[in-house]
Design a protein around this ligand. Structure first.
Ligand SMILES: *Cc1c(COP(=O)(O)O)cnc(C)c1O
Length: 367
């Protein structure tokens, strides 16, 4: 069984993808071809955001969003240490300082109740991560941002398609930044990403920064990057869109089924708040004695992964920011989290195998 079954998805979409790719090869506009705009229009409509700007990766999306906000050296960005390195890397690349706020143990998302205490006169942005596919308390975070005049950037790399109070992830704050890395909920076949915003001026800034800060050809109004997404990769995402809503429904079904069947076992499933859903970018549980459980599952042919074994405030490159003994919930989660096979194409038989192997490894919950 695959941890994320991209081959099964490709088998279904093979013809659609071939037609879409052939069209790009025939028209030859490999950079900024018509599929780029077509994808941006489709994703803006799907998320409800006014603007979508495709970019070279999720990392580039975060970088360009912060450049559009004119992040300056020494500016502070409040974020969680329990995330992928790209979240903090982009802050540091611009000379900014990540300020860690701990997570809630039951969702593993940033604890909105702890953000205000971390605000200083140097705070320039708040960057919650929609970890594992579920949004953080975005309305509370937006309200804090509004009170202090601080923009909010959602790192939505794992949550494309998630719902929050009837709205979509990526359309909840100043910026939403997603990734089309192949294993994300909406992936291409290489690197890709997108920035979403409903602010016209910020959208214009992001568009210019994406192509070397050009406001017109060879007029470099600002410093930018080479941050475009290839036309071919846009064509591949377009080919997947027809199946996306089915895939999201299937992810919800599989997540609900895991939740129901793992409830009896001696492990902790994560909480999904009632006003939102998770697209289960990862289906992650917390388990004591994780190394043993992973070994038993591997023996049974069930692949697992750990997202993430070490929070960023304990990583060599980032521990100089803040206190490495802070954020105890993040430290505890890093010891216990384990992600199970998850994708829209996970079969019922594979789900049965995962649950059986896991119950053999951890036993049932004591009554
Ligand atoms: C994957 C990921 C990114 C980076 O996306 P890339 O497309 O790989 O650059 C950023 N943040 C989080 C939380 C991610 O999971």
């Amino acid at each position: 069984m695959e941890f994320i079954d991209l081959k099964a998805q490709y088998a279904v979409l093979r013809d659609e993808i071939a037609v879409r790719m052939q069209k790009v090869l025939d028209h030859g506009q490999y950079i900024m071809g018509p599929e780029v705009k077509e994808l941006e229009t489709a994703l803006a409509a799907h998320t409800g955001a006014k603007h979508c700007i495709t970019v070279a990766s999720g990392t580039e999306a975060l970088l360009i969003a912060m450049m559009a906000l004119d992040l300056k050296p020494g500016d502070e960005v409040i974020t969680t240490p329990f995330t992928f390195a790209a979240t903090a890397e982009t802050i540091v690349l611009l000379g900014g300082v990540p300020v860690w706020v701990d997570i809630e143990p039951d969702t593993c998302n940033i604890d909105a109740g702890k953000i205000e205490a971390a605000i200083t006169p140097r705070t320039r942005a708040i960057m919650p991560v929609s970890l594992y596919g579920q949004c953080a308390d975005m309305d509370e975070i937006n309200a804090i941002g509004a009170r202090h005049g601080i923009p909010v950037i959602e790192d939505a790399a794992q949550s494309y398609g998630a719902s929050y109070k009837g709205r979509r992830s990526n359309n909840l704050s100043t910026f939403g930044c997603t990734s089309f890395f192949p294993s994300k909920p909406l992936g291409c076949y290489g690197d890709g990403g997108a920035i979403f915003t409903s602010d016209d001026a910020l959208a214009q800034a992001a568009r210019e920064i994406r192509v070397h800060g050009q406001s017109a050809r060879y007029t470099h109004t600002r410093v930018g990057v080479g941050g475009r997404m290839d036309t071919l990769q846009c064509a591949i995402v377009l080919a997947k869109l027809g199946r996306l809503d089915w895939e999201l429904r299937r992810r919800h079904e599989i997540g609900a089924e895991y939740h129901r069947r793992l409830a009896a076992l001696n492990l902790t499933t994560l909480t999904v708040r009632p006003d939102r859903d998770s697209v289960w970018g990862q289906y992650t549980v917390r388990v004591a004695n994780r190394a043993h459980v992973q070994a038993v599952l591997a023996e049974a042919g069930v692949p697992t992964a750990v997202h993430y074994p070490r929070p960023l405030h304990r990583q060599p490159a980032y521990e100089k920011y803040g206190d490495r003994d802070s954020c105890p919930n993040s430290l505890a989660a890093a010891e216990e989290v384990m992600s199970l096979p998850m994708s829209a194409d996970l079969s019922d038989a594979d789900l049965d195998r995962v649950v059986a192997a896991l119950s053999a490894a951890v036993g049932v919950r004591a009554q």
